[in-house]
Design a protein around this ligand. Sequence first.
Ligand code: BGC
Length: 717
Amino acid sequence: MKSLLIPAIVVLSLCASVCGMRAAETPPYLDASQPVETRVEDLLARLSLEEKISIIHADSKFTTPAIPRLGVLRRWLDDGPHGVREDIGPDTWNPAGRTDDFSTAMPAGICLAATWNPYLGFKEGEAIGQEARARGKDIMLGPGVNILRTPLCGRNFEYLGEDPLLSGVMCSGYIRGEQSQDISSCVKHFALNNEEFDRMNINVEVDERALREIYLPAFKAAVQQGGVWSVMGAYNQLRGQHCCENDYLLNKILKDEWGFKGLVMSDWAGAHDTRECALNGLDLEMGTEKQYDDFYLAQPYLDLLKKDDLPLAGLDEKVRRNLRVMFATHVFDAGRKTGSLNTAAHQAVARQVAEEGIVLLKNEGNTLPLDAAKLKTIAVIGENATRLHAHGGDSSGIKAFYEINPLDGIVKRAGEKVNVIFSEGYRKDGGADLTERAVAAAKSADAVIYIGGLNHDKGFDCEGADRKDMKLPYGQDELIQKIAAANPQTIVVLEGTMVEMDAWLDKVPALLQAWYPGMEGGNALARVLFGDVNPSGKLPATFPKKLSDTPAATFGPSAYPGTNGTVTYAEGLLVGYRWYDAKHIEPQFPFGFGLSYTTFKYSNLKLIPSDGTNGILTAQFEIENTGKVAGAEVAQLYVHEKNPALPRPEKELKGFKKILLQPGEKQTVSIPLDKAAFSYYDDGKKSWVAQDDTFEILVGGSSRDILLEGSFNLTAN
Ligand code: BGC
């Protein structure tokens, strides 16, 4: 142990160098021209045992300590994932009360996923990265990529939907964008944090195939395609061991199998035992309420190391991973990016993500887009028309520079010639008078834009608790019916995540799903409503008709929310559309669904075997815009295996592409497929297998709108 301590004389000379000695004496770790690994080893060798310990745990709610003698700065972490959260703490969850901690509020993760546009993922990540740097941050706690297993999970809005491929592609773009700004992203919550019920402790029992095929791929993509530098462990347990100190997840899968070289941090208060943290892959302990010296990876760890009860090599490995992230983000380097806040470009990204993420679910008789020139009076009805959401939802909430609510956006876009009247319609403690006024407003207008749905109150779309059902709250089902009876031109806009709609869906001609569209959301929504933007969002998750249709509800409380501290994922692989396909259940709106103001024609599918250099196969087809306005289409490619050795889902998304087409324009779309597109996880062999078989290639505009089909024989050769 002694040999790791640096003699005083060396310390003195290093201090002098950090404090500004001649360039020739710059130690390797401060020399930006040196390879990262050289710098890591150099700095590691200069740290005392105590300094090493200081690097692997917090010294305030969102920081780790500085080591001034070596020029190691305090590291600042912040939530994530929808912008840079206001400053908290230092030792409580209360806001720090600053006036300089605003940020651009991006649309929620599920809205980003609904764009199906990885480029926008990159742009959003890049903008948040720039703001994080301008706010002096080093690591941003996002994106969140836990799979939507049940509509009831309180954090579904933060995540990227039900499909592993879509989540992985979208998060990789986001991470690359964010990390391009000298910030580390921190993908979370690894893994299986699919409900908020008993989230600190619930034990997840899931079969190996579902783990590998459904719950892990987005994380794997974050590591291998996004190149993410930090990973946050989840609060819950997997197979009896907390995820922040889960040997199988952290050591075996993340680090050994996937080759992750960055750091694993705990979720806040997600660590439970010094020895397990030390041995099972945790590299940074954050967030507990106790004295920072008492953290599992602080004094208790130091004590065990000093007694030779735990290996020093384990500590070095943790420090190495922390240092690697510092060097990767240029913490020590002149010229580290300094970022920018609330620029016009960031506002534009926020608006564009919302515009492309809003999903048109119903549009009978071309009710939309609205023509302002033909309308005298519009009644905007519903509490969500004026309610601000950006600050809500808990850790993902943002102190937004501003927030355009739907009413603001509609008033501005409708223009002076249109009379826009507003009626609240419902609220938490609302009464019959609100309904009466709303119905009267509806009667007096040419069209109604009803803006309701959920909000970020605890028990809806909010961290720390799940929803109790899938219903619209505050009597909205009855309200919408009354409004639609008063005015058949009622357009429903829902904010939040999925709800049951059977009570009124057939009584309204148009429906838009607007999620939580961020601080430019009102403008984006108005531009969609009035046709300045042609909607191109597609659902990143199935909207079931009713809760009892969902897989997690079918198997009773042991499958959700869990009994006796354990939740068993009895549906296995059949998550999201995989379930509705297998059980022949008609969803309200299928995965991948979304309408447009134009129409698209798919044709001419060709399956072109690769020449061996690039994957296995390229699916090529044409899409033509057969309508009168420009529009973007998300073409989706699903694969079905004919005779699988192990049961496989009916079809699985294996590729997609979003293309913009002018009226009459036709484009050829190519989607390459590699071996992974045909593989399943064989739990017997403990590896991915693509077997010789016939595969059907299904291409279309949603998981239930397959327009082109081809088949392909995969052989070992
Ligand atoms: C959440 C994380 C968040 C952390 C810090 C936890 O309660 O689960 O997502 O990053 O707090 O705010």
